[in-house]
Write a protein that binds this ligand. Structure first.
Ligand code: T4K
Length: 374
């Protein structure tokens, strides 16, 4: 095969000179990690960019989520969605919390608020929603349920760095929101993650937790781990943040080309962002319909047809977390209780989506995708 591969994404990074200069600055400073100047600067720049009250930085999104859940002191059961990346559910399991799977809403593919209350027990301590692909959970309905039952609300906002809901960053909703700054994310520190907290006292607690619980030299005041972001990652993040507007403009162009090429095909459903939610520009997912029995087959044919052309779409998030061997025996994991999630996981395909994707590649991808929906 001669054509170069096209992957689901291509990491966005600022130009080489800016990155090398940033790395050199860290090298010359002699401070490579442990809460140095780059971390402090990136933290403030992100607070300004997102217009959020605080942000704590971590070595990746998974550890950020794990530490956020721990900082909230959750116990027992957490109601969550099966339609997510494994990290979301594993973070619960690693803390000894029991995930209770709730079905998803067909339009948003996020946790279905009308199905949450039936799952609440005396052991429930929180609701963990995922803003899948940047579609927002119904944050108002979820908060109302949480208030009524005195539950915490955590959002996995890994896909939503630039998402604005009702005019403000999506991280304003819930007790804690987690961003991933992985290389595959729109804004990246190569590996990295961030937590935005409603409770203004939590960031200080998190600073201790991600540094072994060390307050001062010789004084450990709690159980901590190592969740720190390095100075190199922070420095690269800073130059990426400055250049991000370029990638955002390019992705908007790619998005509108996909919209043009895929419009008019009833069997291909693109994400429908409501007026009060900005597009996250993170994934280009399509739901491939067909009749009830054939949608999985169609999705898999298209996936394979693309691969045959060296184009690597992804089935995020198939299989569902509730169908993994480590979770499938949970009472809430039964397929009969999660009909929408099980259906959508077999229909979804994330197509290549990044700023430098050329129009002829988009046209080729869409020609393959639409061949089953004449
Ligand atoms: N919650 C949610 C809802 C998430 O989606 C994620 C991560 C997390 C939590 C956890 O956040 P982190 O702890 O990762 O910060 C990728 C990413 O590794 C993962 O961050 C992301 N979600 C997930 C949806 O996608 P994989 O297993 O698909 O990665 P991989 O290596 O197959 O990469 C996908 C494609 O990207 C490759 O086919 C090629 C391209 N690529 C990737 C990398 C890493 C590159 O071109 N260059 C690269 O350096 O998980």
């Amino acid at each position: 095969m001669n054509t170069p591969p096209i992957y689901v994404t291509k990491p966005f990074i600022a130009d080489d000179d800016a990155v090398l200069k940033a790395v050199t600055t860290v090298l010359q400073s002699g401070q490579f990690t442990n809460d140095g100047g780059q971390i402090q600067a990136l933290q403030q720049e992100l607070i300004n960019y997102l217009d959020v009250p605080n942000i704590s930085l971590f070595c990746n999104g998974t550890i950020a989520l794990l530490m956020g859940l721990k900082a909230l002191g959750l116990k027992g059961e957490v109601i969550t969605t099966p339609f997510t990346f494994p990290a979301t559910i594993h973070a619960l399991e690693w803390l000894g919390l029991t995930p209770v799977f709730c079905d998803i809403d067909e339009a948003t593919m996020c946790i279905a608020p009308d199905k949450i209350e039936a799952l609440i027990t005396k052991r429930t301590s929180a609701i963990l929603g995922v803003h899948v692909y940047g579609m927002a959970c119904d944050v108002m309905a979820i908060q109302a349920i949480a208030d009524k039952h005195q539950l915490k609300v955590i959002y996995d906002a890994a896909h939503c760095f630039i998402s604005k809901l009702h005019g403000k960053s999506i991280a304003h909703y819930g007790d804690i929101s987690m961003f991933s700054f992985h290389a595959t994310k729109l804004f990246s520190t190569i590996e990295g993650g961030g937590l935005v907290c409603r409770d203004a006292s939590l960031p200080e607690k998190l600073t201790l937790m991600k540094n072994f619980g060390i307050k001062y030299e010789g004084e450990v005041i709690g159980t901590g781990l190592n969740g720190k972001m390095s100075e190199f990652h922070a420095a690269i993040g800073r130059v990426n943040l400055q250049a991000l507007h370029q990638e955002i403009a390019k992705r908007n162009r790619v998005l509108s080309l996909y919209q043009q090429y895929l419009s008019g095909h009833d069997g291909i459903i693109m994400l429908d962002f409501p007026a009060h939610l900005t597009h996250s520009l993170q994934y280009l997912s399509v739901r491939l319909m067909g009749d009830n029995t054939s949608s999985k087959q169609i999705r898999n044919y298209i996936y394979q047809s693309l691969r045959d052309e060296n184009i690597f779409a992804r089935k995020y998030f198939y299989p569902l977390c509730s169908n993994y061997p480590c979770y499938q025996n949970l009472p809430s994991a039964s397929k009969a209780k999660l009909p929408i999630a099980n259906m959508i996981a077999e229909q979804i395909l994330c197509l290549p989506f990044y700023g430098d994707l050329p129009e002829d590649s988009i046209a080729k991808i869409c020609a393959i995708v639409t061949q089953y929906d004449a």
